[in-house]
Design a protein around this ligand. Structure first.
Ligand code: SAH
Length: 320
């Protein structure tokens, strides 16, 4: 018998260590459209300017996957804002050796260092991006019976154990808590508040905290039982944005539906340009852009939230 978060940590570590899942089991925004990383690169550049264009800045990505987002971001930054390209020092937070190798291939000569944890990032003002990172961090699940109980895993099934979790809720409610996600938000929030900068989180989950079982697993782009094949499927849960904002103690902007955020950054216009330049792929390019912004695609379930130094002006895309 194992606590759910311990099970999930083991499953995720084994799964990402292989580094083959992205594209096969699940598709992420940067893998769908180069415009996604380009827009985020320009968002980082504008954020750097609004910080007063410091001569040295840490640019960090949490869970960079195949390195696609950052490669697209740097290409846009190099072209549009070379002064930011000069100032930035790139750091990647990644535990998987296979994905670190893929990132090194995609970003030759650009990465200053890899880190196992955001805690070891060097000091200084920083701009951080996390796309589909927090959803991969392990959760605990509590379920309301007569009293609250905690869900453990034994032989591929849930078993309930006594718990001292305590909050009012109707019978059957499930509360999910990701302690590593809250600890990461707290550590980064403190750092941003003291040293300046911003963290952009893009992930899926509701804007307000709620009850519910959101644990899910994907294999071959199809849902599967999250407890059945640990290490073989991508296992994730909804991100509790409100809880991350509270834990960070930093200034929180939104969360906003991701589709709205990307539209405000010009993703559709950029995609139209790309489509015009490559008529043979135009249909696919525009379809990917639509999927990213459409409410029935990834535009509404996914959210964008920024945690930042309190003096930072409203980040691009978050204007009321
Ligand atoms: N951002 C990428 C990949 C998302 S998959 C994209 O959008 O395509 C999740 C990423 O987070 C992978 O790179 C995975 O190896 C990394 N990851 C998962 N758990 C982690 C942890 N505890 N510490 C550091 N990286 C982790």
């Amino acid at each position: 018998m194992e606590r759910l978060d311990h099970f999930m940590a083991r499953a995720a570590a084994a799964y990402y260590a292989k580094g083959e899942g992205i594209g096969r089991d699940f598709t992420t925004a940067p893998e769908m459209s180069q415009a996604f990383g380009e827009c985020l690169g320009l968002w980082a550049a504008v954020t750097w300017q609004s910080m007063g264009a410091p001569a040295r800045i840490i640019l960090a990505e949490l869970g960079p996957g195949r390195g696609t987002l950052m490669a697209d971001a740097l290409r846009a930054i190099d072209q549009m804002m070379p002064a930011f390209a000069q100032a930035l020092e790139l750091h990647l937070v990644e535990t998987s050796p296979a994905l670190r190798a893929a990132q090194a291939d995609k970003l030759p000569g650009r990465v200053t260092a890899w880190h196992a944890d955001a805690v070891s990032l060097p000091d200084g003002p920083a701009i951080l991006i996390a796309n589909e990172f927090f959803d991969a961090l392990p959760i605990r699940q509590f379920i309301r019976r007569e009293v609250w109980r905690e869900r453990f895993v034994a032989d591929g099934s849930f078993v309930e154990q006594p718990s001292n979790h305590d909050e009012p809720a109707p019978e059957g409610s499930i509360r999910e808590i990701s302690e590593p996600a809250l600890a990461t938000a707290a550590g980064l929030g403190q750092r941003l508040t003291q040293q300046g900068g911003a963290l952009l989180i893009l992930d899926y989950g509701p804007a307000e905290s709620g009850f519910g079982d959101t644990l899910q697993a994907l294999h071959g782009n199809a849902p599967c039982d999250p407890l059945a094949t640990p290490g073989e499927a991508d296992i994730t849960a909804h991100v509790d944005f409100a809880a991350l904002a509270r834990a960070s103690g930093a200034a929180a902007h939104s969360p906003l539906p991701m589709g709205l955020f990307l539209q405000r950054l010009g993703l559709i216009a950029r995609s139209a340009m790309l489509a015009q330049a490559a008529p043979a792929q135009a249909g696919a390019i525009l379809a990917a852009a639509q999927r990213l912004v459409a409410p029935e695609g990834m535009g509404r379930l996914f959210k964008a939230m920024v945690l930042a130094h309190p003096d930072l002006s409203t980040p691009a895309g978050f204007e009321a």
